[in-house]
Structures are given as structure tokens and as C-alpha cells.
Design a protein around this ligand. Structure first.
Ligand code: IVH
Length: 670
């Protein structure tokens, strides 16, 4: 038989198999028997074996089952599963401690619980009345997927615990991973052990999960009823008594010097451990102190991951391309000769910005050392100037946007009194093609409208086909046309339609974030949404352009206000947002608050004693109160510390706002 005939047969069999996979895994409605299915799979694998040129990423040899996901039940984590901030050297650790001392307003001594950072997949296990009730994946940190049955196949996870002191209700968290020696046996199916663990864990059929030996090491809790534990290390010991595996390398250390020396020793020997470890986690051992320090929007203040040094390699820069981001930032990217760094083929490296290129004098044709750490985009460490071609010239950064030709500028930063390192396209609307595409990508992203099955590649594709030009076009797609496109079929279009329809119900916070105004990130969008309470209030402010109203919100400043003004002074931007408000069903998600400071607003003036502003603010918020940044009639309490600003106190008194001391605030909190 001829090559193309074989390919045709092979592809049609693959298509058939993919359809059965969908029916089986996604819809749980198989229409052929298991043995018929196995026969089909066998035929495909056999063809591949005989004719080496037959290759496809959908081959059962590569893909395990059909991409699961969509049909797992979603689960809102009782306590978010956040990530950790990273440290790469001693200086980062010193800064980490500095921030802690600032937050606590004094320097204190504490111990660290030191734990290996296993490079796997985190999972959460909820036990009720001593039985494993839910097993959930991390998901986006707020919402995970219920994968209880899959987790139950892991022998390290107890399904029932009969110890008398095991809490009635507890959520235990830890890492699911695969050992190096087990990964070795299936290494053709996955890029690395982490992907192997993740793929296996998210199989629709727990029998598939069972086939691959996964492990679980427990390291923290999300929630404990009647928590009596005082130390992280104490909790870890108890986990072991209850029958969980904990890491045998866990340790208690007392200061940065000890951390550094342990880190070095561990890194030198990390290859002796039979699973991937990408650093050490340092957690303040004292749980009470952890509780005081709390979290930023993405990570705890009381813990840090000290990463091992990244892998690097030498390669040659073939070209420097300029990418244009959503906010107009011009990012230079080096296209390099593909090189293998720690098992991953790298062909792009970020050069960050114009200043970075100048500082390191990076040129096309240069030999450079490139570093790659975890999922971070590889970057250039240094240039080997000895290998440089004599006729090479310094790189000229374009003064016009490579996408739309507009002028580019470096903004002057009023806070730092310096020009930004980043050069930007001055076109802030949708007239710049690259900016427009990036804006749409932001609109559909996970933290924004989160449209399942509508990824970045789909945006690029639909843009090129002129199916979308603005975010709202997503809600007017021509599905008849899409069905006939390469890579799309009835089922996938059906799924897309559904997820687009679902995404129309969106919280005010997500909506504000999705607009993509510079300086209005997740955290600020939440502040604005809490203040606005409904979309009507937002459109009113839009129409009247009186964004100054937001200055009252603690956390929103001149930078945000001027960015909002700038964005909405563009009629195109404004029209898009107005049109979206008529398409979407935007509701403010109020968190059920029940603390004693509910509906009470506070503001501080003067220096507090024994506690930082940040901690005082978070104490108020923990009790459902709000903090404001200026005195107005909306304010309930002005809290005065040492040397308060006189006119603020006077103003408060005139407006009838209660003026209280720090001690009185503590009394309110009881
Ligand atoms: S504690 C809020 N402890 O690292 C802090 N995490 O970047 C919660 N990880 O998603 C995490 N080993 O998957 C913690 N001993 C350890 C860990 C660990 C690995 C992973 C985990 C988490 C990620 C955070």
C-alpha cells in the first residue's frame, strides 16, 4: 500500500478512537464494547509499529484517554489553596524576614519547619467522622475538581482513620507524585514526572489511575475543627501517627545561616532522592504567628519556597523579536538555536525589556547562557563576548510599535522618579492588532471570564479568520462556520457554545478584571467591586468619568485612577464595556460576612504601637470590617495612634465620626 493510503486509514482509525474516547470519558456513554475498543486501539498501535512514519499526537501511544477535565465536578475550597513565593538566594531570604518584621512591627525570633518541596500535584483531602469524604485537586486555587475515587487508589491515602484524637472534621493537604523509577517505565507517555502524576490523577476512570503507582506525602491542613495545634512540626508528627506519610527529610531550623547551609547540603544530594524535589519550603513553625501574618492575595507571608538553582545551557541567538503585550509593553524575545535544558527543548528566551538588552549588550548572533527554572520562561544570564563576531552591531530597539506603527514611549514613574525600563506602544485601544488580540486573551483567561475550551490559540485562530475583533464578538460567533473548521467538530462546538453561554454569568469582580485596565489586577478589581456593589454604579461612573470617587478606597491610589481615566477616555474602550454590560449577567458576589465589625468603616492616622498598619487592617477585615483611606461621612471610626494628623481628627469630629484609640479598637474586637 502507498504511504498516503496508509496515512488515510491510520487517521480514520484514530478519529474513530478519539470519538469513542470522548463518548467514554467525557459523556460516560460508550457505544462499543470494551473488547471492540481494545481491538481498535491495538490496530492503531500495530500500524505505528509497522510503519514508522505514522505519527500523531492523538495516538493512544501518547495520549492517555481523552483530555478529561470538563466533566469533573467542581468544588470550592473552604480555604484557598495558594502558592508560595520563591527565594533563590540569601538576599531573598533576608528580604522575606524583613517583610515579616515590618508586618509585625518588631524583630522577633522564630523557628522554621523546613520541608522538601516535592514537584508534584497538590491535593486536598476532607475527612468527616473519620472517613475520607472528598478528595479535590488544587484547580485554580479557589475552585478544584472532585477526584475522590482517583485519590482513593493511592495506597498512602487512608480512607478511614480510627485514632481517638482524629478531628471530626479536617482537611489535609499534600503532594501527589510519581517516583523516578516508576516514571521511567512510562516516560514515553509524559514529558516529566509531574505531568505523569497530573495526567494519571485526572483520568476519568479510576481504574486507569490505579495502573500507575502514585504516592502521597502530607504537609499541611486547610481546615481543622477545634484546632489545638500550636506548631507546624507538631501537626506533622501527628499526621504520621494518624497513618499519613510525611517527608522523612523534614527538619526544624532557627535562622537564615542554618537554612542556607542545609539548602546547599540538600541540593548537592537531591539526586539520591527517588522523586523530583525542586527546592525547600520554609514555614514559620509557630501556627499562632502564621495566623497573625496571614496571606497576600497569592501566597502566605509566613512561608517561602527556596528553589534549587536552575538548569542552564549555552546557545546562539538567531534573532530578536519584539512582542507586544496587552498593555502595550514591548517585550524583546530571543529566538535561539533549540537547546535541551534539563529535559525541555528551549527555543525562546525572554530579554525582559530594552534596558536589559542595553545593560547586557545582547546582540543577534551572540552566544549566551540561558537559564530555565520550573515553569518560568527561560532567560539570558550572560553573553559570551569572546565568541562575538567582530562585525556584530548593538541591537536597535524599535522606536515604533512593530504591530501598529504607533510611537512608543517610556513612561516617567512619579513614585520612583525614574523612567520605566519598559517601552510601550501609545495606542491604548483596539486599533493596535497585537494589543487587541492580547486583550481578548485576557478577557477569556482563567481569572477573567474563564471560558472552558476557548484558549489563547483559539483566540489567535478566530482572529485570523476574522471571527472576532472585540471581546463581545465571542457572544455572536458563527458556529456553522466553526463546525467546518479544521480541528473542530460537532461535539467540540457544542461544548464551546455551552461554556460561552455559561461564562455570561460573571461576578462584578471578574468582569472588572476582564476589561484589562492597566493597574487594575485581581486584587484591585475586588476592591472596586466591593465598593461598587453592582454594575449600574460602575456604568454611572463610566458615563460621568468621575473615577476620583474610588480614591476613598484603601488600596486604590492616583496610579489606578489615572489609568482608569486614560483607558476610558478612549471611546472605543468605553463602548466595548457598555456593550458587554448589556450582553453579560454581572452580579456582585457578596461574601457572607458575619464578623462583629460588619458594615463598619475604619481609618487610621498616626503610628500604631506593637502592630503594623497592614496587620491592623487585616484584623479589621477578618472581622468583616472595611478600611477607608480618607475621612468622609461614610467613615464610622477614625483610629488614632501616636502623632495623628490634626486636620484628619478635626475633620472627623466635624463630621461626627467617632475618634478612637488603638486600645479602644482592640476592645471593639474583643
Ligand atoms: S505548603 C500556602 N508544603 O508547592 C502554602 N507546599 O508553590 C501551601 N509543595 O501548591 C503549600 N511541597 O503543590 C507546601 N512541603 C510543602 C510542599 C508544597 C510541595 C507544593 C504545593 C503547592 C506549591 C506551592
Amino acid at each position: 500500500m502507498k504511504k498516503d493510503e496508509l496515512t488515510k486509514i491510520y487517521n480514520s482509525k484514530l478519529k474513530e478512537l478519539t470519538n469513542h474516547n470522548k463518548l467514554y470519558y467525557n459523556k460516560s456513554k460508550p457505544i462499543i464494547s470494551d473488547s471492540q475498543y481494545d481491538k481498535l486501539k491495538y490496530e492503531i498501535l500495530n500500524l505505528e509499529k509497522r510503519y514508522k512514519f505514522l505519527k500523531n499526537k492523538k495516538s493512544p501511544n501518547k495520549a492517555v484517554g481523552y483530555k478529561p477535565s470538563k466533566s469533573f465536578e467542581k468544588y470550592k475550597h473552604r480555604v484557598p489553596m495558594l502558592s508560595l513565593s520563591n527565594a533563590f538566594n540569601e538576599n531573598d531570604l533576608v528580604n522575606f524576614e524583613k517583610k515579616i518584621f515590618n508586618y509585625l512591627n518588631k524583630k522577633i525570633k522564630f523557628q522554621y519547619s523546613v520541608e522538601p518541596k516535592i514537584d508534584g500535584i497538590s491535593a486536598s483531602l476532607t475527612y468527616k467522622n473519620k472517613k475520607l469524604l472528598y478528595g479535590v485537586s488544587r484547580g485554580d486555587g479557589l475552585i478544584g475538581e472532585v477526584i475522590t475515587e482517583n485519590l482513593k487508589t493511592i495506597k498512602d491515602i487512608p480512607r478511614q482513620i480510627n485514632m481517638p484524637n482524629f478531628p471530626n472534621e479536617i482537611e489535609i493537604r499534600g503532594e501527589v507524585f510519581i517516583k523516578k523509577k516508576d516514571f521511567f517505565k512510562i516516560k514515553n507517555e509524559f514529558a516529566n514526572p509531574r505531568n505523569a502524576a497530573s495526567g494519571t490523577l485526572r483520568q476519568k476512570d479510576p481504574n486507569e489511575t490505579k495502573k500507575i503507582p502514585l504516592n502521597f506525602i502530607a504537609y499541611t491542613f486547610g481546615f481543622i475543627q477545634n484546632n489545638q495545634f500550636k506548631f507546624q512540626s507538631e501537626f506533622l508528627k501527628e499526621l504520621k501517627k494518624w497513618g499519613f506519610k510525611i517527608n522523612k527529610h523534614n527538619k526544624i531550623l532557627s535562622n537564615i545561616k542554618e537554612l542556607i547551609s542545609f539548602h546547599k547540603k540538600f541540593e548537592d544530594n537531591k539526586f539520591d532522592i527517588d522523586y523530583d524535589v525542586d527546592g525547600l519550603v520554609y514555614k514559620i513553625d509557630d501556627l499562632n504567628l502564621q495566623n497573625r501574618l496571614g496571606y497576600t492575595s497569592s501566597a502566605p507571608r509566613w512561608a517561602i519556597a527556596h528553589k534549587f538553582s536552575a538548569d542552564n545551557a549555552i546557545t546562539k541567538i538567531k534573532n530578536i523579536e519584539i512582542q507586544v503585550g496587552r498593555t502595550g509593553a514591548l517585550t524583546p524575545v530571543a529566538k535561539v538555536e533549540p537547546v535541551n535544558i534539563g529535559g525541555v527543548i528551549v527555543s525562546n528566551a525572554t530579554l525582559h525589556n530594552e534596558d536589559e538588552i542595553m545593560r547586557k549588550d545582547i546582540r543577534i548572533g551572540d552566544f549566551v547562557k540561558i537559564e530555565r527554572a520550573g515553569d518560568v520562561i527561560p532567560h539570558v544570564i550572560e553573553v559570551d563576548k569572546s565568541k562575538r563576531d567582530k562585525i556584530s552591531e548593538a541591537f536597535k530597539f524599535p522606536s515604533n510599535c512593530p504591530s501598529c506603527g504607533s510611537k512608543t514611549i517610556k513612561e516617567f514613574n512619579l513614585t520612583t522618579k525614574k523612567y520605566d525600563a519598559v517601552r510601550r506602544c501609545t495606542n491604548d485601544g483596539f486599533e493596535c492588532e497585537r494589543i487587541a488580540i492580547e486583550k481578548i486573551k485576557h478577557f477569556i483567561s482563567k481569572e477573567a471570564l474563564n471560558i472552558d475550551g476557548f484558549g489563547k490559540k483559539v483566540v489567535e485562530n478566530f482572529w485570523n479568520l476574522k471571527l472576532i475583533k472585540k471581546p463581545q464578538d465571542i457572544f455572536k460567533l458563527d458556529y456553522d462556520k466553526i463546525v467546518s473548521l479544521d480541528g473542530w467538530g460537532e461535539l467540540s462546538v457544542d461544548n464551546l457554545k455551552n461554556s460561552i453561554e455559561n461564562s455570561k454569568n460573571v461576578s462584578l469582580q471578574r468582569f472588572i478584571y476582564s476589561i484589562g485596565v492597566r493597574h487594575i489586577g485581581i486584587e484591585n478589581s475586588k476592591l472596586l467591586a466591593d465598593n461598587l456593589e453592582n454594575i449600574l454604579n460602575f456604568t454611572k461612573i463610566l458615563k460621568n468619568q468621575n473615577f476620583e470617587k474610588f480614591l476613598n478606597i484603601d488600596g486604590i491610589g492616583e496610579t489606578q485612577i489615572s489609568s482608569l481615566k486614560n483607558f476610558f477616555s478612549n471611546k472605543f474602550n468605553k463602548d466595548i464595556v457598555i456593550e458587554l454590560t448589556s450582553i453579560l449577567n454581572i452580579k456582585h458576589e457578596k461574601i457572607n460576612k458575619s464578623g462583629i465589625l460588619i458594615n463598619k468603616n475604619f481609618m487610621f492616622t498616626g503610628k500604631l504601637s506593637g502592630i503594623s498598619r497592614a496587620e491592623a487592617k487585616s484584623l479589621i477585615e477578618k472581622n468583616s470590617g472595611t478600611t477607608l483611606s480618607s475621612v468622609s461621612k461614610n467613615l464610622n471610626y477614625l483610629v488614632i495612634g501616636e502623632k495623628p494628623t490634626k486636620h484628619k481628627v478635626d475633620q472627623a469630629k466635624t463630621l461626627g465620626v467617632k475618634v478612637i484609640t488603638q486600645d479602644e479598637l482592640i476592645k471593639l474586637l474583643n
